[in-house]
Design a protein around this ligand. Structure first.
Ligand code: GLU
Length: 419
């Protein structure tokens, strides 16, 4: 049997690599080594058949030197403590990299949402928020959507928190429905951010986006919008896969029509005019840009060698194993790392929180313009560190930029000694 993937250990190794490359103050490294706290909760839910089922959940708060903890909550059968810890750490580095005044957190509930009725899902969502209510709040820790959670669930979260606290505080959660103070453009933000980063990278590394071929694993909230925005940029989406299977057409697939088909049938499979392919075959498709936009640990030593793309743009969190990373680097495949590529979601979450704080709302154009600036600035900083030869890969360069900011904040707050 294969060993379970050690998410937190892998995340820590990356930090170690970047820390060594930049000779990071060992005190800073020590403070980032383990999350500040992880709360484990048991959530009893009355099921529709009258029985009670207990679900286990976690909220991990990794580091808050830059501001209140921030990060999504995922509902997934594999969202165990180790994965949630690793994802919380990723949020610390992601927020630091793009310059948001937030720390990093993540939540997870071990469940299979496809097996729950709407009523069960609502009771589970409300129960989880009650269970973690004492450690969250608009200035403490602000949850958001992640895998299998969405605006509807955020609406239940914010309502349940209001019941617990006795006051309605909309800034406790981001990714809410617009009517509850959600931000215009939040749903599309991660996919849109992926496109903005690709725009920057295309200019920096000389790739013509008009006609550039794209393959995407995952057609959920992130993959679907990334496909649409890249299509709008003139790219040709040639392969898409979801958990049920994939479709391929070297002359291009219209992602808008594909979404309609997926909504009608429940999957991208059997989209007219395409050939069926598996997720693994999708990874080996010859293309310019390969976008993993699903689960973590998908690109591994087993399939990295077969990849024939020019770039991998990590729309998912942690899709590439360290062994695969080395193979890709050797084979000259450029990897735009998760903490940069998918930071658009948390960036618009930040905009939502700002709008909630002053109860004044921006237009979608305003949100998108600000998002493009944040993504472009972050890319340029990473690119500078990389092209000056400080970071050997864009991933290491991104971690170096993030660690620099975290170290400066720790010094300024007096958490570590030094001037
Ligand atoms: N779950 C998203 C992420 O991994 C967004 C988090 C947020 O908006 O706080 O970046």
């Amino acid at each position: 049997m294969s060993q379970p993937y050690r998410h937190y250990e892998v995340a820590s190794q990356l930090v170690e690599k970047a820390a060594t490359a930049m000779q990071l103050d060992p005190q800073v490294k020590e403070l980032l080594r383990e999350p500040i706290r992880t709360l484990t909760v048991q959530v009893p839910v009355k099921m529709d058949n009258g029985t009670v089922k207990v679900f286990q959940g976690f909220r991990c708060q990794h580091n808050d030197v830059l501001g209140p903890f921030k990060g999504g909550i995922r509902f997934h059968p594999e969202a165990d403590e180790d994965e949630v810890k690793a994802l919380a750490a990723l949020m610390t580095y992601k927020c630091a990299l793009v310059g948001l005044p937030f720390g990093g957190a993540k939540g997870g509930v071990l469940c299979d949402p496809s097996e729950l009725s709407q009523g069960e899902l609502e009771r589970l969502s409300r129960g989880f928020i009650r269970a973690i209510a004492s450690i969250i709040g608009p200035d403490k820790d602000i949850p958001a959507p992640d895998m299998n959670t969405n605006a509807k669930i955020m609406g239940w979260f914010v309502d349940e928190f209001a019941h617990v606290q006795g006051t309605y505080q909309r800034g406790v959660v981001t990714g809410k429905p617009i009517v509850l103070g959600g931000s215009a453009g939040r749903t599309e933000a991660t996919g849109r951010g992926v496109m903005y980063v690709i725009r920057q990278a295309a200019a920096a590394f000389g790739l013509e986006l008009e006609g550039a071929t794209v393959a995407i694993q995952g057609f959920g909230n992130v993959g679907n919008y990334a496909a649409k925005f890249l299509h709008d940029e003139g790219c040709k989406v040639i392969a898409v896969a979801d958990i049920f299977g994939g479709v391929y057409n070297p002359t291009g697939i219209d992602p808008y029509e594909l979404k309609d088909h997926e909504q009608k049938t429940g999957s991208v499979r059997e989209f007219p005019g395409t050939k069926p392919i598996s997720s693994q075959e999708l990874f080996a498709v010859k293309c310019d840009i390969l976008i993993p936009a699903a689960l973590g640990n998908q690109i591994t030593a087993r399939n990295a060698q077969d990849m024939r793309c020019k770039w991998i743009v990590e729309a998912a969190n942690g899709p590439t194993s360290p062994e695969a990373d080395e193979i890709l680097q050797r084979n000259g495949i450029l990897v735009i790392p998760d903490i940069l590529a998918n930071a658009g979601g948390v960036t618009v979450s930040y905009f939502e929180w700002v709008q909630n704080n002053y109860n004044y709302f921006w237009s979608e154009d305003e949100v998108n313009q600000r998002l493009e600036k944040v993504m472009a600035d972050a890319f340029q900083e990473v690119y500078k560190t990389y092209s000056e030869g400080k970071g050997t890969t864009l991933r290491i360069a991104a971690y170096m930029v993030a660690l620099e900011r975290l170290a400066a904040a720790m010094k300024a707050r007096g958490w570590v000694s030094g001037n």
